[in-house]
Design a binder for this molecule. Structure first.
Ligand SMILES: Nc1ncnc2c1ncn2[C@@H]1O[C@H](COP(=O)(O)OP(=O)(O)OP(=O)(O)O)[C@@H](O)[C@H]1O
Ligand SMILES: [Mg+2]
Length: 264
């Protein structure tokens, strides 16, 4: 693996309890993520995946328990993470490069020239050199999601939170984006917490996959993905080991979905 240029932080989720009023979502959730690990989380709709990301970002606070980043409690006001949503959520009136610069501008740490240079760098990294002046509406869905990724990366977070970032893309574009993401992660080295409904995507990308249980159940399964890296498209996806993991996770999802009543 190449030397990581950003690096990642450890994440400790200890005994986290969280409810929305009467609705218990987590009751003593434990998750440990090592620095630079790629962790995916799958589970039925409504099991608390987005809630978990919101706890990790500090948008929500646990009722009990603690969430530590590099051993320190997370501070919501501290921009400790990059977040990539299912939809690109770009400002339609700003150009591609202005969208990428936006967070840096809000932060106010860099000069205009430095911001521009960094934004151009990350746009090139996601394969969008030459599209700096385009408005988002002139880009395809996959390209828009690359802009969102560049926007998150430009803040150089050591923790990347991704909530089904490729869920709205067609299967071929999604596979391309998976490879692009792995290439970037290999180079930058962040800790990634990635939510997906797609079992193949979770296995292909991750060091480890967690299946969330019906609330307030916590973790139903932990699967360590020992597929060799770099992962290489169809070769990886057609190995016996990949297939074994897939069978296991399909069975798990089916069990949990039966408890919850639906899965999407
Ligand atoms: N702000 C809120 N207030 C009350 N209940 C909420 C709130 N947000 C989510 N919930 C409930 O908490 C549960 C978990 O929601 P969450 O959005 O975390 O699920 P999810 O696993 O991300 O689902 P999906 O796969 O559909 O995105 C759901 O039953 C949902 O209705
Ligand atoms: Mg969700």
């Amino acid at each position: 693996m190449s030397v990581a240029t950003i690096g990642g932080d450890s994440l400790h989720i200890r005994d986290v309890h969280f409810s929305y009023g009467e609705l218990n979502i987590f009751k003593g959730l434990p998750i440990e993520v090592r620095p630079g690990e790629f962790l995916s989380i799958i589970g039925p709709s409504g099991c608390g995946k987005t809630t978990l990301l919101n706890l990790l970002s500090g948008f929500l606070s646990p009722d009990r328990g603690e969430i530590l980043l590099r051993g320190e409690p997370i501070a919501p006001e501290d921009p400790h993470f990059g977040y990539v949503f299912q939809q690109p959520t770009l400002f339609p009136w700003l150009s591609t490069i202005e969208n990428v610069e936006f967070g840096m501008k809000m932060e106010g740490r860099l000069s205009a020239a430095e911001r521009r240079e960094k934004a151009a760098h990350y746009l090139a990294m996601v394969g969008l050199a030459g599209f700096e002046a385009y408005l988002p509406t002139k880009l395809s869905g996959g390209m828009q999601q690359r802009v969102s990724l560049a926007r998150a990366l430009a803040m150089e977070p050591r923790l990347l939170l991704m909530d089904e970032p490729f869920g709205a893309l067609d299967a071929i574009t999604r596979e391309t984006m998976n490879d692009e993401l792995l290439r970037l992660w290999d180079e930058l080295g962040q800790t990634v917490v990635f939510i997906t409904h797609d079992i193949d995507e979770a296995i292909y990308l991750s060091d480890r996959v967690l299946v969330l249980d019906k609330p307030p159940g916590g973790i139903y399964r932990e699967l360590v993905c020992e597929l060799p890296r770099p992962r290489s498209g169809p070769v990886t996806r057609t190995t016996e080991l990949f297939w074994q993991y897939k069978k296991q996770l399909m069975a798990d999802i089916s069990q949990v979905s039966a408890k919850v009543g639906r899965f999407n």
